[in-house]
Design a binder for this molecule. Structure first.
Ligand code: FES
Length: 77
């Protein structure tokens, strides 16, 4: 099974509702972290969320998340 993590422009990492049931998120001690209810899993990329590792939309206050690695077009991935 392949799980896709989409990097949103200037925003979080997003895992779709279809892929979310196949993802387990743990803290450093191995405790399971339950994502907030909703559609999919949204993980903070900006570091400003008050509920890390999940996004709380604080990135909208001015996070710029330009991607640095080379991007492979979807047709070649
Ligand atoms: S990416 Fe949304 S709060 Fe950090």
């Amino acid at each position: 099974m392949s799980i896709t993590i989409r990097v949103r422009n200037n925003g979080p990492y997003f895992i779709s509702a279809d892929d979310a049931p196949h993802v387990r998120i743990e803290d450093a001690e191995g405790n399971v972290l339950a994502p907030p209810p909703g559609r999919g899993i949204v993980l903070c990329r900006c570091g400003m969320s008050a509920r890390k590792p999940f996004c709380d939309s604080t990135h909208k206050e001015g996070f710029s998340g330009k991607l640095c690695p080379p991007v492979v077009p979807p047709s070649q991935a």
